[in-house]
Ligand binder design. Structure first.
Ligand code: ATP
Ligand code: MG
Length: 176
């Protein structure tokens, strides 16, 4: 089993690199952001709730995210492994993921931390907002998301350093 956490600030390229890794290793991909956007599009109760947080640049509560993650994980059959994109985003989520995998006799193989300078993140997200129309890719919301990243998500770097699975990746230059 190859279980990868792909990590980084909003706009660091998690989705882009995940696609490459999936194509190369044939593992499953969970993007919590994509799951939530799917729910919003489908107009579900979960989607309505998620939208209220996403539009504010805030995180969806841990308890709810952990439930969603568990159900997606259970839907994978005969999996060679999973790439977790956008999860975990908080320490409680990282602890829950570790527990969920342990219950399945598995663990995280590696955590890839895509490092990109803040200015570059801003430029990429504003461009993505213009091209894709993603509602949370506007300057005001991006600033809130970056703040949430620094306060709630960045502490996971130390969590995975302690686990011994942390790997720094330079997130600029060509995609390859
Ligand atoms: P990237 O550009 O690298 O894909 P991102 O931060 O722009 O990253 P998503 O991962 O798509 O975007 O997440 C979009 C929003 O969905 C987040 O700002 C947050 O509100 C919500 N979200 C996604 N994953 C989680 C999670 N694990 N816990 C809580 N909220 C989440
Ligand atoms: Mg993404």
């Amino acid at each position: 089993m190859l279980n990868i956490v792909i990590f980084g600030a909003p706009g660091s390229g998690k989705g882009t690199q995940s696609e490459r890794i999936v194509a190369k290793y044939g593992i499953n991909h969970i993007s919590t952001g994509d799951v939530l956007r799917g729910e919003i599009k489908g107009g579900t109760e979960l989607g309505k709730l998620a939208k209220s947080y996403i539009d504010e640049g805030q995180l969806i509560p841990d308890e709810l995210m952990i439930k969603i993650l568990a159900s997606v994980l259970d839907s994978f059959k005969d999996s060679k492994g999973v790439i977790f994109d956008g999860f975990p985003r908080t320490i409680p989520q990282a602890e829950a993921l570790k527990k969920m995998l342990k219950e399945r006799d598995q663990d995280i193989t590696v955590m890839l931390d895509l490092e990109v300078p803040e200015e570059e993140l801003m430029t990429r997200l504003i461009l993505r907002g213009k091209e894709s129309g993603r509602a949370d890719d506007n300057e005001e919301t991006i600033k809130k998301r970056l703040l949430v990243y620094h306060t709630q998500t960045a502490p996971l770097v130390d969590f995975y350093k302690t686990e011994g699975t942390y790997q720094y990746i330079k997130g600029i230059g060509t995609i390859d």
